[in-house]
Each structure stands twice: as C-alpha cells, then as structure tokens.
Write a protein that binds this ligand. Structure first.
Ligand code: SF4
Length: 305
C-alpha cells in the first residue's frame, strides 16, 4: 500500500521540494529529467565512506543517475548531472542489492534516491523478501520533502543526508534550491524521529541512525556555521556530523570567485573548533592539504578517476 502510494507520485511528481507536477509515466520530464524508471550508473563496493559505513568490507553503494539539486560545483557531476544510465526494473535493482550483500558489503546505499524513491523502495521490499538483511542507507542531498521522508518510516535503517546550506543566498546561488534550509531541517528532524539521533553500532559498523554530512565550501564559512547552529538548536548535539574537507573545484567553477579553490586548513579548523564549542561530540573530521590554485589548473578532479 505504501509502495503504491509512492508509485502514484510519478503521475504528478512532487517527490521533492521542486514539485514539478509532471507526469513521468507519460514521459514528461521535470527538473531532474528522470523518467518513471530506475536509472543507475553503477553499483560498487565503496571503501571511502565514513568508517561506520565502509567498515572492513565496504559500503554497497549504488550510484543512481541525476539528482534533484544540480549544484554547480558537484563533486560527482558526471553521474548527478546526467540522466543517462542503465535502465533497471525493480526486480533487477533488488538483484543488485542482493549481489552487494553477497559481496559482504555492510549495507546497501543508493546515491541519490530522492527522485527515484518509489521504485527503489519497491526493489528494497523485493530484496528483503529474498533475504536482504543488511541496513538500507538513504544517502541524499538534503533537498527532501518531509512528507515523503515520513512515508519511508520503518523501511530505512540509516539516513545519510547532506545539510549543505544554512543561508538561503548560498542555496540559491550554488544549487538553485529555494528554501533548501527549511526543507533540509524539517526532513532531517523527521529522519531523527524515525531512527533516533545516535548511531547504533555493531562491531564498529552502523546498524541504525543518522549521519549528517556537510561539505565545507571555500570562503563560505558563515554558511557552514549557520548549518551547525541550526543542527545544534533544532535537531541535536548528539547527532553524528561528518564535516567534509575534500571540496575540489571542477572545470565548471574554475573561474568562480568563491569556488575556484579548495578550502584552507584555517577555514576547516575554524569550523571544527566551532562545532566543538557548540558541544557536538560525534564528529567525523578529515585532513586538509593546503592547496592553492595553480595558473594552469585544468579541470583535474580526483573524483573523476
Ligand atoms: S523528483 Fe524530479 S520531477 Fe519530481 S519534483 Fe523532484 S525534480 Fe521534479
């Protein structure tokens, strides 16, 4: 019943805050340019996620095509800015999930499920019926509709949302995503309501809970601080926070006044100190290699490789 309700959204798509109201079953396309089908780029064993997700054997990451955000600096733009990929039925996606479990992955983790949620959840239920017993990770960009998240109650063990913007100006400028902050905040509150604000671990591997990711952007520390203030004030200081330092400029933003460089050690330290001052005690932090843009910089992005 829940799945049928979700599938019905394809007829008048309001699966995300963009509320395009297109009939994807008839072939109409909204902002994400996705049909009412599963479009996948690839599925792989991922050792680069946060330690409780990757564990020893890796996360079972399923890269889905396109995204409802379209950030101009996207670190994964080859996949998220394209709606091309392999077309799968729900049954075929269930097989992909079971294959990842057979490969000893600690979880199955679709990235980004938002625009493809109905068929992914149908696939998940099929896989569960065939013995899938590892956690399902909902790895999304944070531009979610809280009502859709509410409908996933009981099906998702781990939520892995981004919380990218605390400032409306940044959400509009970088992702053309009006009211991002409100939607992210309300959706993450609902995620926490469902699975709690802590992370349940078994032998160091995540079983249930929420990890909020924030990619620190160069020169936008006030935006990052506002994200932290909002999480502290409106969600919880116990929640696991992953402060990501790996931002790397892509060709598209090579001349952008803010986005043309990596972040500095000092920017990152300011933010981690601020998180500690606010009382967050579950932080994932990373190394920062100070980096300056070289004059002959030419679209080299380590995520491309
Ligand atoms: S999922 Fe895609 S078509 Fe549906 S509302 Fe969001 S951007 Fe529009």
């Amino acid at each position: 019943m829940i799945i049928q309700t979700l599938l019905d959204f394809y007829k008048d798509c309001v699966l995300c805050p963009r509320k395009c109201h297109v009939d994807r079953i008839k072939g109409e396309l909204g902002f994400c340019r996705l049909p009412a089908k599963i479009i996948m780029d690839c599925a792989l064993v991922h050792h680069g996620e946060e330690p409780p997700l990757s564990g020893k054997n890796g996360a079972g990451t399923i890269f889905l095509s396109s995204c409802n955000l379209g950030c101009i600096y996207c670190q994964n733009y080859q996949i998220s800015h394209s709606s091309e990929g392999k077309e799968l039925s729900s049954r075929q996606l269930a097989e992909v999930m079971l294959d990842l479990q057979n490969r000893q992955c600690h979880n199955v983790e679709p990235v980004t499920p938002t625009s493809q949620t109905p068929l992914i959840m149908e696939a998940l239920l099929m896989a569960r019926a065939q013995g899938l017993n590892i956690p399902f990770v909902y790895n999304c960009g944070g531009y979610e509709d809280p009502e859709i998240i509410k409908s996933l109650d009981g099906m998702v063990e781990i939520y892995l949302p981004d919380f990218k913007y605390g400032l409306e100006e940044d959400a509009v400028m970088f992702s053309s995503a009006p009211e991002y902050t409100r939607f992210a905040l309300d959706s993450i509150k609902e995620m926490v309501r469902q699975v709690g604000d802590e992370l349940e671990l078994k032998s160091g591997v995540a079983q249930k809970g929420v990890i909020i990711r924030h990619l620190v952007l160069p020169g936008r520390i006030e935006n990052s601080k506002e994200v932290l203030r909002l999480i502290r004030k409106e969600i919880s200081r116990n929640v696991y926070l992953s402060l990501m330092s790996q931002y790397t400029p892509t060709a598209k933003v090579r001349n952008h006044p803010n986005l043309k460089r990596r972040i500095t050690k000092s920017e990152y330290k300011q933010l981690t100190d601020y998180a500690l001052d606010l009382g967050f005690n579950n932080l994932f932090v990373q190394e920062v290699n100070d980096y300056e843009l070289t004059p002959d910089f030419d679209s080299e992005n380590p995520f491309d490789k």
